[in-house]
Design a protein around this ligand. Structure first.
Ligand code: PMP
Length: 401
């Protein structure tokens, strides 16, 4: 008999982490591998953030904080939501956790009963369905095609809602597709949701600041204020401030939900590292120039990758609208053969081939619920991206279609 709980039997470890592990193993044999699997900014966090952490540590801010976060950080979040998103929240409508990921986990733990459905428009962030399954929920994953810009349409949403639907997850700008929803597109989804008052909405806005071509960002909360009492707005400092390792995320939502999430938090991790909370506060309250500098770097990498991929016959990519990934179509190579006679049957075979032949690690579309695609992270230098594209071009050129 296994000692591992039944609930883990269908839960997969993070696909992007698994790809990075495979890349590390190959690199350990002496191969020069380019890992485009994991997505995290390759910049240092702004200096004033690190200094705020030093100061907090020197001042001895080393005790537990309230489970929902320090009042100072929650106040900074309230101000941020007002300033950047036009949203009005009170301090007791804000929760802080170890990253947006824990915020989402806490929200699901606080609300899901066995068999409750969560709509995850595909392609989705890899962790969403695994969290849902871990908590006895059912992931419903309607396909959002490349033709629709990988966006959920009102028709597809309507068809996915059932009496068991508990949540709809939205993620704009999206991982892995980069899709950004306009205000009108969010409102069209809001019109459907208005007809289904039992559905809660989780809007994951963690890539808010990373968007291109002067696109405006509109928070779901701003587009659909009438849905405020059943919306959870999720964000964090990981992506905007290059602070993935600090592990601070936050959410704004209705009091009853935030209170339930506080109960979960208080009985699991108590609170987020106090020094990290001080650093996150400094990020939100301090100068914002670095955010724009990072954004510009991501945009010029996006341009480089889009142009590079589009010049490789057989690969397809519409310019990503935000975030720091490219979700590349590889349908033309499904059914092709390698020079060793191996058949590429799906996008998993394709990324395996890329790792073996091009020594480039990428994540297969199966991990995001929409195939045949693969995701590369563009959060690395232009020199590395240029070399990766050169290798991919040579490798796919050797495939017999
Ligand atoms: N949401 C999305 C869509 C993400 O891509 C990520 C990170 N890869 C997260 C949430 C998690 O962010 P955090 O570091 O705040 O946990």
């Amino acid at each position: 008999m296994t000692r591992i709980a039944k609930r883990l039997s269908t839960v997969k470890p993070s696909a992007s982490m698994a790809v990075s592990q495979a890349a590390r193993e190959l690199a350990a044999t002496g191969v020069d591998v380019i890992d485009l699997g994991l997505g995290e900014p390759d910049f240092a966090a702004p200096l004033h953030v690190t200094e705020a952490a030093f100061k907090a540590a020197r001042e001895g801010r080393m005790l537990y904080t309230p489970s929902l976060g320090t009042p100072e950080l929650r106040r900074a979040v309230v101000q941020k939501l007002k300033r950047e998103n036009g949203l009005e929240y009170a301090i007791d409508e804000i929760a802080v956790a170890n990253g947006a990921k824990q915020i989402i986990f806490n929200a699901l733990l606080a609300t899901l009963n066995e068999g409750d459905e969560v709509i995850l428009p595909a392609p989705y962030f890899v962790s969403y369905p695994e969290m849902v399954k871990l908590l006895d929920g059912v992931a419903v994953t309607p396909a959002c095609t490349a033709e629709n810009g990988f966006r959920l349409t009102p028709e597809v949403l309507e068809a996915a809602i059932t009496p068991r639907t508990k949540w709809l997850f939205l993620n704009s700008p999206g991982n892995p597709s980069g899709a950004v929803y306009s205000e009108a597109q969010l409102q069209a989804l809001g019109a459907v949701l208005n007809k289904h008052p039992h559905v809660l909405i989780l809007s994951d806005e963690i890539y808010e600041h990373i968007r291109f071509d002067r696109r405006r960002f509109v928070s779901f909360g701003h587009a659909c204020p009438e849905l405020r009492e059943r919306s959870l707005i999720v964000n964090g400092v990981s992506k905007a401030y290059a602070m993935t390792g600090w592990r601070v995320g936050y959410a704004a939502g209705p009091r009853d939900l935030i209170k339930a999430m506080a109960t979960v938090q208080s009985q699991s991790c108590t609170s987020v590292c106090t020094v990290a909370q001080c650093a996150a506060q400094a990020a939100l309250e301090g100068p914002q120039e670095e955010v724009e500098r990072f954004r510009q770097a991501f945009e010029s990498r996006r341009d480089l990758v889009t142009e590079g991929v589009r010049s490789i016959p057989g690969l397809t990519l519409a310019p990503p609208e935000g975030a720091f990934y490219a979700y590349i179509g590889c349908a033309d190579f499904i059914g092709s053969h390698t020079r060793h006679g191996e058949r590429i049957a799906d996008d998993q075979d394709f990324t395996r081939f890329l790792l073996e032949e091009a020594h480039v690690a990428a994540v297969p579309g199966t991990a995001y619920g929409l195939s045949p695609f693969f995701r590369i992270s563009t959060a690395t230098s232009e020199v590395v991206l240029t070399e990766a594209l050169r290798r991919i071009r040579t490798a796919v050129g050797s495939l017999k279609r």
